[in-house]
Design a protein around this ligand. Sequence first.
Ligand code: UT7
Length: 323
Amino acid sequence: MPTRSILTGIGGYLPEKIVTNDELAARVDTSDQWIRERTGIRQRHLAGPHETAAFMGTKAAQAALADAGAGPDDVDVILVATSTPDQAFPATALRIQAALGVTKGFGFDLAAACAGFIYALSVADGMIRVGQARGVLVIGSEVYSRIMNWQDRTTCVLFGDGAGAVFLQAGEGEGNDARGVLSTHLHAQGTLGDILYVDGAVGRHDLPGTLVMNGKEVFRQAVTRLAGAVDEALAANGLVYNDIDWLVPHQANLRIIEAMGKRLSLPPERVVITVDRHANTSAASVPLALAEAYADGRIKRGDLVLMEALGGGLTWGSALVRM
Ligand code: UT7
């Protein structure tokens, strides 16, 4: 029987502080109505000084391990998808390794912006399938509030902070009905790097960097690229729209999410939506949405879940998981 990556635990963490659209409207020239109508966002969680990517990632990872009934000794690898690490190095993954009390294996950070969790899940799945690891923590943790231009109303209203994590463990299975990661598909198009980027980094002391986006062009790319990714995932597994139980999409804009749900002919109640309360938490958005729908009992063991995301790079991809 082939080795499969089984998703045995899921967890999330959101900063304590909630900021409403009206509160933002007091700071920049925007309105609750504009933000709701164009994005579906009502509020976002913003990190306090102590709520770093490592801090929030640790909390989400602890919740995922507890959910799996696993402990530090079960963790071989920690992968953290983040564009907002605490430090250039050590990797956020290793700060989390220390905080969790994991003393073996290895870990590293992976930068693929909003598609980071899908990328990390794909890398983790590969490691498990080839026998390099038996337990992998896959974490998306982001503090985009630290890379916002708080004077730019076209971006600062769109993002929030948070972390989500899953624990993948080696198991056995074959076919679409067996539990585990059925497929992941990754894509990138570097020529589109200038439609969504951070204009600096720790290596540029003159430019700490804030996020810049051509929202209209990213929107256009998201709708076409994600539709392609969804079709690709189904075709690769010999599945049709009807087979999907849940769509857990990247949470950037309610209009993009609804377009994807319609494309899959999924009733709205089968599409997990958190963008209204979390805004766009980049690499944390998919695992946070998964954590919420799993914790409240909507997503159950045996369900077929399709995840997709697109972000700066341009990066995009999908993951199909039998829970
Ligand atoms: O996570 C990575 C993936 N990211 C995404 O998928 C984001 C994709 N893009 C989007 O979600 C949308 O393009 C936005 C929500 C960013 C913008 O929505 P839009 O419908 O494309 O609006 P727009 O950029 O065309 O702006 C329309 C108007 C402009 O005014 P004029 O030129 O028509 O007078 C903007 O200046 O809305 C204005 N505007 C705002 N008004 C009030 C832009 N931002 C704001 C704001 N409040 N916050």
